[in-house]
Write a protein that binds this ligand. Structure first.
Ligand SMILES: [Zn+2]
Length: 110
């Protein structure tokens, strides 16, 4: 009789690196302080920037309606989007310098 190999534990998908947010240290909506219905928002989103935002801590928690569940949300609200990007860039540059920001994100939002 052949012994069956013990099944290997299911391999976990490679988890991508997510650095702690440079914008906040509490798990609450960055704008309202709400603690319910929170979404993680990568400040510099889009195909190539999303992962960089996660790696460099350029993300915030937002209440769903301020994220993408209403027209006021950052994904539909260019003004709010711009404010968050500029604020985040300033935080980043304080920590790592302006050259590094351009190196990582390729442009300035200021
Ligand atoms: Zn988002």
């Amino acid at each position: 009789m052949t012994l069956r190999a013990v099944p290997k534990p299911e391999r976990r998908k490679k988890t991508k690196k997510v650095a702690p947010s440079i914008m906040q240290d509490k798990k609450e909506c960055f704008i309202t302080g709400a603690t319910q219905n929170l979404h993680r928002h990568e400040v510099f989103f889009g195909t190539d920037k999303r992962q960089k935002s996660l790696e460099w801590g350029c993300w915030v928690y937002l209440r769903g309606d301020l994220h993408n569940q209403s027209k006021r949300g950052v994904h539909f609200n260019a003004e709010l989007d711009k404010q968050l990007k500029q604020l985040c860039q300033r935080h980043f540059e304080k920590l790592y310098g302006a050259d590094k920001f351009r190196e990582v994100f390729g442009k300035s939002y200021l």
